[in-house]
Unconditional design. Structure first.
Lengths: 331, 295, 339
């Protein structure tokens, strides 16, 4: 597969990406309700080849939007996103088709991500047909794809319909479809959150295995820190469209620096009866992407906020191996 | 070869999803089938030429004969024309107008709805403005005005409906497409590189076809009613024997005061049957498409 | 007045689907002590929701309680008339269904909906209802000036608090909550759970918390009941169930849940296979097809629940060997070789 960038260059480069929606209309803005939803508001990070990075945050933080920007399901309203040293904003025609064979998305709800009217075979042949792979090769590749996600005796699934499979099986099929053209980069959008808990482990193990075998670079979107830890060596914590902290997963769990990360880590329940019941170091209230606070977006819930937080948006500061966007660390 | 054809027909029927579960819909389908057969085999079924002015054996005008006289099952009009033959031949213009109008309405409405809903942006804005204009046009007066400009013909109704009545279908199909567009598998198709055309053909169209048929079957009823109204008002084609024309003739011949019920009851009943059949079938489709509505 | 508020005794609930009878639960028995939070945990389809709903009889039309008793303060709820059951609902026992936060009526203010319960069911006067509404909001931690807001103006977490307020309206002795925090983000989840515990301590109510998430149970429940394929597999003090499980299913469940506080990312071990078809359950132990420790007797005979330790019930033929089995169960390979 041809690549533009030399091996040690980042595969993905995001610079100040923004995704702003206009919501409401004349009436809403007359009533003083802000008409812009800032789903992603100035996100910058890089991803190296073979890296798995978790995009962690609660609902409304923009992680799903960021994921969609990366696979070009949405167009950024500001900033740049580069894949393999090339901006993805202006890709058209053949270049776009090539991009689509190198970058894929694994969806959250397997029953929504596959057309219920068509057999597994037909659904999985769609990417093959788009990439103009000769029809004779299809069956072989589909079976190989199903084997890759460890579906036993794959031939039996070819002519079945989605509703005949369980959630776990179908999610593997969704994964197989995403990987059938052997992409270099995959965005997994909460791939196990709709699955029964007992099934998640199996699907996650398959994901890890496949990622290692194909040397995939991946962004794993989730609100569940435990799952992110299982899959990603690095984690980016998002809140209200911005990055709060970016560092190795282990460091972030062991010693969270950003006050939001601290609350997030403290909030994760564990299957042990001997866990802390201390109140969380975070104020109540829900983040509203329509009316984010001025300055640091976390300041209205932050136990350590001070004057500067309201006046100035904190920029990323390097602390050891990590980046933190917090005035506690700003120079 | 035969297998291919039968497979094709079977999958065609399957995508049509004929509502055979609902007894009303089945009745509707039966009525359609009956009238369709009557239209096709009119030459064999009708005992007389519908336009022919008939004379009875004693060389007088066979006018205003009550039903059952002299082989006239439903009697004759004031001009001596056999009513039953007129009804039978009338099915032709009714079904022709109905089917063509329904097809045009469903086709245009579906295409507009599809393009509008899928592409959004200025395509959507322009098309929906057109639909708004179509909504603003009062239908019957429009057809009358059209008839005044063009030659009187049953195709006026079809033409008028094609120009105006696609609006409901377009709106409904558009919102269905909007919903479908955000389904995971449509987005998945985009992400794996499928072209817009491919997505529309493969993922969206099969899901809106039943809706198109629903609105098409409603349109049949409207078309026939409109054609009858136009003919009744005197703007129809006097050469074509349609049920509306029969009603106009009955009215002009003062059927009520003469108590010649057999002049207006047969065409009236025929219209009611066909239009109701259209609605029953559409109700059957509704039950298939939106099963929760039943409860 | 005994220590036990609610007691399930050998409850069997049967669904009729076509001409098939599906036993959603079989021989389910456990106790809910006064003022305790009891977790009812298991994967989907295990019967926990059906059992919870059976208490106030909000089960499907084609389901009925074929056998057993549900004793509430001594009264058998199963044999109560519909009228008496209705009188109990909301007053003594309140049920918060799954996604309750999404079932708030969007066209009425939350105060209106509270009043519906307070005045309609509770017979309170308007003034008393207003007072009580404010009290309830304070109890669940929402600013009282939000009483006049509509459901869509609240976030998911807040709506869940409103659902809890509704459940508490008439001072029930027991609240049954079905997956109350599943759809919520982790921080809100923790806050809601803290709120529930706070209420339990302040008001002395008992709670049955139905969930598939063993971490939630670990955080908040005093007692844990583990269900599988319609049967109670293990039931005891939460600490005992999680730290010293006797049933292989419980052991397997723990492995499937990641623990971020523990060092190292070991492989998550799923329990291979899926629950049995309840229309045709296997003759022996229902977990045997997926159990790494199943033996001949397990496949032949369905083990009866026994009290292996005081207040610790388990349904397993090999419960005597639990110590050994626990060691085996903590190894990844054990769960790979399912027969």
């Amino acid at each position: 597969m041809k690549t533009n960038a030399p091996i040690n260059e980042p595969l993905i480069e995001v610079q100040d990406a923004r995704l702003h929606y206009h919501v409401g209309g004349g009436l809403a803005s007359m009533m003083g309700r802000s008409a812009t939803v800032k789903a992603v508001d100035g996100v910058s990070f890089t991803l190296k080849r073979g890296e798995s990075v978790g995009l962690l945050g609660e609902s409304g933080c923009g992680k799903t939007s960021m994921g969609r920007l990366l696979v070009k399901l949405e167009e950024a309203t500001g900033g740049t996103i580069k894949f393999d040293n090339q901006s993805i904003a202006d890709l058209r025609g053949d270049e776009l088709r090539t991009f689509r064979s190198r970058v894929q998305l694994i969806f959250q709800n397997p029953f929504d991500a596959i057309n219920p009217r068509y057999t597994i075979r037909k659904s999985m042949s769609e990417p093959l047909s788009n990439a103009r792979i000769p029809e004779g090769e299809w069956e072989g590749r589909i079976i190989a794809g199903l084997e890759l996600v460890r579906l036993p005796d794959p031939v039996q699934y070819l002519d079945r319909f989605p509703h005949q499979l369980s959630g776990g099986q179908l999610q593997r099929v969704v994964m197989a479809r995403a990987l059938i053209l052997q992409p270099e980069f995959v965005v997994a959008d909460e791939p196990v959150s709709m699955l029964d808990v007992s099934v998640r482990a199996g699907v996650l193990n398959v994901f890890r295995d496949v990622r290692d075998r194909l040397n995939l670079s991946a962004i794993y979107i989730s609100h569940d820190l435990a799952l992110v830890r299982y899959v990603c060596e690095r984690t980016i914590v998002m809140y209200l469209g911005r990055i709060m902290e970016d560092g190795t997963t282990e460091d972030i769990i062991r010693e969270p620096l950003h006050p939001y990360t601290q609350a997030l880590v403290a909030a994760v329940p564990v299957p042990s009866p001997d866990q802390s019941h201390e109140p969380l170091p975070i104020g109540r209230g829900a983040p509203d992407p329509r009316n984010p606070p001025s300055g640091c977006v976390f300041r209205d819930r932050c136990p350590k906020a001070f004057d500067r937080c309201a006046q100035e948006i904190p920029s990323k500061t390097r602390v050891g191996e990590r980046d933190v966007a917090c005035h506690l660390f700003s120079p | 070869m035969l297998k291919l054809v039968s497979n094709g027909i079977r999958s065609g029927f399957r995508s049509l999803r004929l509502p055979v579960g609902d007894p009303f819909a089945v009745a509707g389908l039966a009525i359609y089938a009956t009238f369709l057969l009557a239209a096709i085999f009119a030459d064999y079924i009708a005992p007389f030429d519908p336009t022919e002015i008939l004379y009875s054996k004693d060389f007088t005008l066979a006018a205003d004969l009550p039903p059952g006289t002299d082989g006239h099952i439903l009697g004759t009009t004031s001009l001596g024309r056999d009513i039953f033959s007129q009804i039978v031949f009338g099915t032709r213009s009714a079904l022709l107008v109905g089917a063509s109008a329904a097809f045009m309405v469903a086709l245009i409405g579906s295409i507009v709805g599809l393009l509008s809903g899928y592409f959004g942006g200025w395509v959507d804005i322009v098309l929906m403005r057109l639909a708004d204009i179509a909504f603003g046009i009062p239908f019957l007066p429009f057809v009358i005005v059209l008839a005044a400009f063009l030659e009187p013909s049953i195709w006026n109704v079809v033409f008028a409906m094609a120009l105006v009545l696609w609006r409901d279908t377009a709106r409904v199909i558009r919102s269905q497409v909007l919903t479908l567009r955000s389904r995971g598998y449509v987005e998945a198709a985009r992400v794996c590189g499928s072209s817009d055309l491919k997505i529309i053909w493969r993922h969206i169209t099969p899901n809106i076809l039943p809706l198109s048929f629903l609105y098409g079957s409603i349109a049949i009823g409207w078309a026939i009613l409109t054609e009858a109204s136009i003919s009744f008002l005197g703007f129809g084609d006097p050469e074509a024997i349609s049920w509306g024309y029969m009603l106009q003739d009955a009215f002009a011949s003062q059927a009520l005061s003469r108590q010649a019920y057999y002049w207006f009851v047969p065409p009236g009943v025929a219209i009611i049957l066909v239009v109701s059949a259209g609605f029953f079938i559409s109700r059957g489709y509704e039950a298939i498409l939106f099963p929760k509505l039943d409860r | 007045m005994t220590d036990t508020l609610l007691s399930f005794k050998d409850v069997e609930i049967v669904y009729k689907v076509g001409n098939m009878s599906i036993r959603a639960t079989t021989g389910a028995s456990f106790d809910v002590p006064r003022g305790a939070i009891v977790g009812l945990v298991g994967e989907s389809g295990c019967g926990k929701t059906t059992l919870a709903r059976a208490v106030t009889r909000v089960i499907a039309d084609n389901a009925h309680i074929a056998h057993g008793q549900i004793l509430f303060d001594g009264i058998d709820l199963v044999s109560l008339s519909d009228r008496d059951m209705n009188a109990l609902r909301w007053r003594d026992i309140a049920f918060i269904p799954q996604s309750a936060m999404n079932s708030l009526d969007p066209v009425y203010t939350v105060e209106y909906q509270l009043h519906e319960v307070l005045r309609g069911r509770g017979g309170l006067s308007r003034i008393d209802a207003r007072k009580r509404s404010k009290e309830l909001f304070e109890l669940v931690g929402i600013e009282t000036n939000r009483l006049s807001d509509f459901p869509h103006q609240f976030s998911g977490g807040m709506r869940q608090r409103v659902a809890i307020a509704l459940a508490l309206a008439l001072n029930p002795k027991l609240i049954i909550a079905d997956e109350p925090v599943t759809a919520l983000d982790v921080i809100v989840q923790r806050q809601i759970l803290d709120q529930l515990r706070d209420l339990q301590q302040k008001l002395g109510i008992s709670v049955i918390l139905v969930t598939h998430d063993i971490s939630v149970v670990a955080y908040i429940c005093d007692r844990t009941v583990v269900m599988y394929a319609g049967q109670v597999m293990e039931s005891s003090d939460t600490r005992a169930v999680l730290n010293e499980p006797y049933h292989p299913y419980t052991m397997g469940l723990k492995n499937a849940f990641p623990d971020i506080k523990s060092a190292g990312t070991g492989l998550l071990t799923p329990i291979e296979g899926s629950p049995p078809d309840l229309a045709n359950p296997p003759p022996g132990c229902r977990f045997a097809p997926r159990c790494p420790f199943a033996e001949a007797i397990c496949r032949a005979e369905n083990p009866q629940p026994r009290e292996i330790q005081p207040q610790h019930i388990v349904a397993c033929h090999r419960s005597q060997e639990a110590l050994q089995l626990r060691t085996e169960a903590s190894k990844y390979e054990t769960w790979q070789q399912i027969p």
